[in-house]
Ligand binder design. Structure first.
Ligand code: PEP
Ligand code: MG
Length: 563
């Protein structure tokens, strides 16, 4: 029996859950010790058997799939696993003397590049092909099947780390919670978990070892606590926390405003048309960040203008006459898109990502802007705002504003994600109509700490006084030009930090819809003067911990149940 134990981590998506752990198995890769092939015919047969086993297991999953779409996807992948072209490519590699897993890996690359050349639907299949390779490799090496397990019952997913593409496809009806060893609070995986409303914890060191074999876990995604093998009283305590939170949240619906009526728009972060429909049905005043690249994470080919127009029109329709802030493609760094790849870089986070990539691939940007304009023409009542990610200079701002305005887009803004943009916000806002602070990247670049590097979580905190100074500089730029400044990074969804941001002059806060209620409740409990006082205390504090403690000390005590 597993002993009860409490593990600390970083809570990235509030809520409590308990259930059996389901482990995500990492892909095994080529066997480094395998012998060269001395009998290619027999080895070819072994690989065919592995591929047939993968195909059979995928077909079994297809038969149990919850939706028609997943069934069709799984069936198609099962068919690809037994494609004769792939087996023949493996034979060629074996004939060169490669061992079985090396041959499979190299043959997959050859086959993948053929599919890519065919483009369109065939190019889309490359991701499935890699999935087949990983499963067949595990079969050949006698290791467990990799990837997110096929859940028959609700469980808590435990992984070393999850890729954004894996997280995006999770089924919230079956995944009660997520706990990972690695990952940071602003990693895109954490963001997607909050987006799906799944309680989640990152940086829970040792969890993959401790949670092997279906151990029961109880988690609190707000405070970042995992209880391994919880007692009944642990579960009861968690339920009590949940009830207190629900009480604190009760009655916090409606427009965002401080106790004395200072309005702050509360908006939703979305990544897909489904997100939009779900968020629009909630009590939000619009969408403050539509991460359009989330639509295309697994795509091998650029989406057509028609397809994009459909998607954007559907998002605008969902929100009726409410505001929708669309961010143009923010590809690169931890969100590589196969069709927007400019080649390997030593430091992708400092490389050609975001707007820089759009400048190298103007075709992609103009197609997207044209699709947005067409969608707006179809839904003219929508309040469409468009902004660019990763802006650093006035020239970039001018370039983007000109491009967007040339398509007739009415409101054009920039994201403030670099210190360069923050300290020159007034100049950028002379050209742009609005600014939206991406606190995730702004923390990363201000503190020179990779947001994917969970070990540096303390540096990535938006409570760092240096980050708060950057936010203040941006708000001062907004005040000087009379242009609105919003926040759409994860900091906006932290109820305590939201008070500070409002005190600094932020006009709108955008966050995962699951976080809006707590932020709304926090604002209602405080007046604007208190928020301003909190902002001063936080910016002047010597350290991040001091900043947070100073704000918590003057906040309403109910906030302790909300964070
Ligand atoms: C940010 O950087 O804060 C942001 C909102 O953009 P993303 O998290 O998608 O990089
Ligand atoms: Mg960003």
């Amino acid at each position: 029996m597993t002993d009860r134990e409490i593990l600390g981590g970083i809570g990235v998506s509030a809520g409590t859950a308990s259930g059996a752990a389901a482990l995500v198995t990492p892909a095994a890769g080529v066997d480094p010790n395998e012998p060269a092939s001395t009998d290619p015919a027999a080895d070819g047969q072994r690989v065919r058997e592995a591929l047939a086993a993968v195909s059979a297991s995928l077909r079994e999953r297809a038969a149990r799939a919850g939706s028609e779409t997943s069934r069709a996807v799984l069936e198609a992948t099962a068919a690809l696993a037994t494609d004769r072209g792939l087996a023949k490519a493996v034979d060629k590699e074996l004939a060169k003397g490669s061992g079985v897993t090396r041959a499979l890996c190299d043959a997959t690359e050859v086959f993948a590049s053929k599919l890519r050349k065919l483009g369109g639907y065939m190019a889309e299949r490359v991701t499935d092909l890699y999935d087949i390779r990983d499963r067949a490799t595990a079969f050949l090496r006698g290791l467990p099947e990799p990837g997110v397990p096929d859940l028959a019952e609700p469980a808590i997913l435990v992984a070393h780390d999850l890729a954004p593409a894996e997280t995006a496809t999770l089924n919230p009806a079956l995944v009660r919670g997520i706990v990972t060893e690695a990952g940071g609070a602003t990693s895109h995986t954490a963001i997607l978990a909050a987006q799906l409303g799944i309680p989640a914890i990152v940086q829970a060191k040792g969890i993959t070892q401790r949670a092997a074999g279906g151990t029961v876990l109880a988690i609190d995604g707000g405070v970042g606590e995992v209880i391994i093998a919880p007692t009944p009283s642990d579960v009861e305590e968690l339920e009590q926390r949940s009830r207190r939170r629900a009480q604190a949240l009760a009655g916090s619906s409606g427009e965002g405003a401080t106790r004395d009526g200072h309005k702050v728009k509360l908006l939703a972060n979305i990544g897909t048309a489904e997100d939009a429909a779900a968020a629009a049905a909630k009590d939000v005043e619009g969408a403050g960040l539509f991460r359009t690249e989330f639509l295309f994470l697994e795509r091998e080919a650029a989406p057509s203008i028609e397809e994009q127009t459909e998607t954007y029109a559907s998002v605008l329709e969902s929100f009726g006459d409410r505001r929708v802030v669309v961010r143009t493609l923010d590809a690169g760094a931890d969100k590589p898109l196969a069709f927007a790849d400019l080649g390997p870089e030593d430091n992708p986070a400092l490389g050609r990502r975001g707007l820089r990539l759009s400048q190298a691939r103007e075709d992609l940007l103009h197609t997207q802007l044209a699709a947005l304009a067409a969608a707006h023409a179809r839904v003219p009542d929508a309040e469409l705002w468009v902004m660019a990610p990763m802006v650093s200079t006035l020239e970039e701002t001018r370039w983007f504003a000109e491009a967007a305005r040339s398509h007739g887009l009415p409101r054009v803004g920039v994201m403030v994600e670099t210190p360069a943009a923050a300290i020159r916000a007034a100049q950028l806002l002379d050209v742009a109509d609005f600014a939206s602070i991406g606190t995730n990247d702004l923390s990363q670049y201000t503190m020179a700490a990779d947001r994917m590097q969970g070990e540096l979580a303390h540096l990535l905190s938006p409570w760092q006084p240096a980050v708060l100074s950057m936010i203040r500089a941006t708000c001062q730029g907004g005040a000087a030009t009379g242009k609105p400044v919003g926040v759409c990074g994860e900091a906006g969804g932290d109820p305590l930090m939201a008070l500070v941001l409002v005190g600094l002059g932020v006009a709108s806060l955008s966050m995962a819809p699951s976080k809006v209620g707590a932020v709304c409740a926090a604002l209602r409990l405080h007046d604007l003067d208190t928020c301003r006082q909190m902002a001063n205390f936080a910016v002047d504090a010597p350290t991040a911990d001091d900043a947070r403690a100073a704000v918590l000390a003057i906040a309403d005590p109910v906030l302790r149940d909300l964070v």
